[in-house]
Design a protein around this ligand. Structure first.
Ligand code: UGA
Length: 431
C-alpha cells in the first residue's frame, strides 16, 4: 500500500534517510527543515550529509517526483492537501543531567498541531525518552490524531542500507489501527515486525543501543584483561563470536565508543532508570568503563613514549567517532586528544573525512590535510579511527618523518609486523 502524503520533519541523517527511503518504497514524501539554505540545496539534490547512497537516492526520488523539500513543518504537513502520516525526525540532544532535550519536538508540535488533518498519524522517529508518545499526544490535544513510536536503528555510514534491509521494524501505539498503518509503510521490506505499545517501542531503542554500548565496554574490559594475562583479544573475541548467541559484530575493542547516539542514549536511559527509582549499576559501569578506556589509551601513549608527554609532539590518525563518517560528535578520538592535551602534548591530527581546520578544536589540535604532515617529528603516532586507508600508508616513509618510531594502534587496524620491519614499536589494544 502506498501512502500518497508523508511529511518528514528534520533533515539530519535520520530524517533525510527516512524521507528518501520511504520515497524509494513508492510513497510520496515532503521533507521539511527550518534552515532555508539547507532546504534550497536539498531541493537541488545537493546532499551534504556524509552517507553512502543517500545523494543518489535523493536525486532519483526528486526526479521521480516522489520527494520534495519545504521550509518549516507547517508547509510539510499542509503539502498536497494534508499529510496522512507525519514523521518527527528532529534532533533530541543530551540536555542537562543526561536526559534527552525535547525542545525541537515540542516546537514542531506547537507549530503543526492545529494544521493536522483528522485521522493523521504522528510518528516519533527521533530517539525520545520513554513516555514521549504520551506527552506528544497530550501536547497535540487532538482526539482525531494518533501517536505512534517507530524508533530507527540506522547506523551512520550505512543508514540507507540499514533502512532498506532492516533486522526488524518496531512500531508502538495505543491505537492498533495506527500502528498497523505505520507498519504497512514498510511492508515491502519484508522485515520481522514488532507491534507493541508506545512505551515498549520507545524502550526497545534505548535497550538496544545500551546493550551495544555494554557489549563494547565488556570487550574493552576483556582487552585490558588480555594485556594483563598475555592473551590476544583478536583470538579471544573470535572464539567468543562464533557462539551464535554472542555473534561476531560489536566485538572490536577500541579507544572507547562514541558518536551522536550511544553516549547520549546510555546517559538518557540512566536518567530514565533513576527517575523510575531503579539503580541501573550495570549501565553506570558501562559508561564508567568507557571513560576509563580513554584514559587507558593515554597511559599507553605515555608508556610507549617513555616519558611525560609535556611538550611531546603526538600525531593522531583519525578524528571521527568511527570510519565511514565525517561526524566528530562525542568522538572517542577527541576525548583521547583532550586528555593528551591535558598532559601537555602538542597534537597534530589527520582524518580523511575532516578537512583542516576544524572549528572549535584548533587551539587544542592542529588539523592537517596530510597524514605524513601529522606524523612529522612526532614522538608517537596514535591511530584512533579505523579508516582502512591507514593500513596502506607508506610506513617506511612515515618511519623517516617521525621523531620516534612509536605507534599506538587503538583499533588493532594495522599489520604490526609490517610496522616492526621498518623499525616501529607498536602497541595495540588487548594484545
Ligand atoms: C548506533 C547504533 O549502532 C544504531 O543501531 C542506532 O540506530 C544509532 O546508534 C542511533 O541511535 O541512531 P552509530 O551511532 O552510527 O549507530 O554508531 P555505531 O556503528 O553503533 O558505533 C558506535 C561506536 O562504537 C563508534 O565509536 C564505533 O567506533 C564503536 N565500535 C563499534 C567499536 O569500538 N567496536 C565495534 O566493534 C563496533
Amino acid at each position: 500500500m502506498f501512502v500518497r502524503r508523508i511529511a518528514v520533519i528534520g533533515t539530519g541523517y535520520v530524517g533525510l534517510t527516512t524521507g528518501a527511503c520511504l520515497a524509494s518504497l513508492g510513497h510520496s514524501v515532503t521533507c521539511a527543515d527550518i534552515d532555508v539554505e539547507r532546504i534550497k540545496r536539498l531541493a537541488r539534490g545537493d546532499v551534504t550529509v556524509h552517507e553512502p547512497d543517500l545523494p543518489e537516492l535523493v536525486a532519483e526520488n526528486l526526479l521521480a517526483g516522489r520527494l520534495s523539500f519545504v521550509v518549516g513543518g507547517l508547509d510539510a504537513v499542509n503539502a498536497n492537501g494534508g499529510a496522512e502520516v507525519v514523521f518527527l525526525c528532529v534532533p533530541t540532544p543530551m540536555g542537562p543531567g543526561g536526559a534527552a532535550d525535547l525542545a525541537a519536538v515540542e516546537a514542531v508540535i506547537a507549530e503543526v498541531r492545529g494544521a493536522l488533518a483528522a485521522g493523521c498519524v504522528v510518528v516519533t522517529k527521533s530517539t525520545v525518552p520513554v513516555g514521549t508518545a504520551t506527552r506528544v499526544a497530550a501536547l497535540l490535544g487532538r482526539d482525531d490524531v494518533d501517536v505512534v513510536s517507530n524508533p530507527e536503528f540506522l547506523r551512520e555510514g550505512s543508514a540507507v542500507a540499514d533502512f532498506l534491509h532492516p533486522d526488524r521494524i518496531v512500531v508502538g501505539s495505543r491505537s492498533q489501527n495506527a500502528a498497523e498503518r505505520v507498519a504497512a509503510l514498510y511492508a515491502r521490506l519484508g522485515a520481522p515486525t514488532v507491534l507493541t505499545d508506545a512505551t515498549s517501542a520507545e524502550l526497545v531503542k534505548y535497550a538496544a543501543n545500551c546493550y551495544l554500548a555494554m557489549k563494547l565496554s565488556y570487550v574493552n574490559a576483556i582487552a585490558e584483561l588480555c594485556e594483563r594475562l598475555g592473551a590476544d583479544v583478536i583470538d579471544v573475541t573470535e572464539g567468543m563470536g562464533h557462539d551464535r548467541r554472542i555473534g561476531q559484530s560489536f566485538l572490536a575493542p577500541g579507544p572507547g565508543w562514541g558518536g551522536s547516539c550511544l553516549p547520549k542514549d546510555t546517559h538518557a536511559l540512566l536518567q530514565v532508570a533513576n527517575t523510575a527509582g531503579f539503580d541501573f549499576g550495570l549501565l553506570r559501569a558501562t559508561i564508567d568503563t568507557n571513560v576509563r578506556q580513554h584514559q587507558r589509551i593515554v597511559a599507553k601513549v605515555t608508556d610507549v613514549v617513555g616519558q611525560p608527554l609535556a611538550g611531546a609532539r603526538i600525531g593522531l590518525l583519525g578524528l571521527t567517532f568511527k570510519a565511514g563518517t565525517d561526524d566528530l560528535r562525542d568522538s572517542p578520538a577527541l576525548a583521547v586528544a583532550a586528555l593528551l592535551r591535558e598532559q601537555g602534548a602538542e597534537l597534530t591530527g589527520y582524518d580523511p573525512a575532516v578537512p583542516a581546520p576544524v572549528a572549535g578544536y584548533t587551539d587544542a589540535l592542529n588539523v592537517v590535510d596530510d597524514p605524513y604532515q601529522a606524523a612529522k617529528d612526532s614522538s608517537a603516532l596514535v591511530v584512533l579511527t579505523e579508516w582502512p586507508q591507514f593500513r596502506s600508508l607508506d610506513w617506511a616513509r612515515l618511519a623517516e618523518v617521525v621523531y620516534r618510531r612509536c605507534v599506538v594502534d587503538t583499533r588493532n587496524l594495522l599489520d604490526h609486523d609490517v610496522l616492526r620491519r621498518v623499525g616501529f614499536e607498536v602497541r595495540g589494544v588487548g594484545r
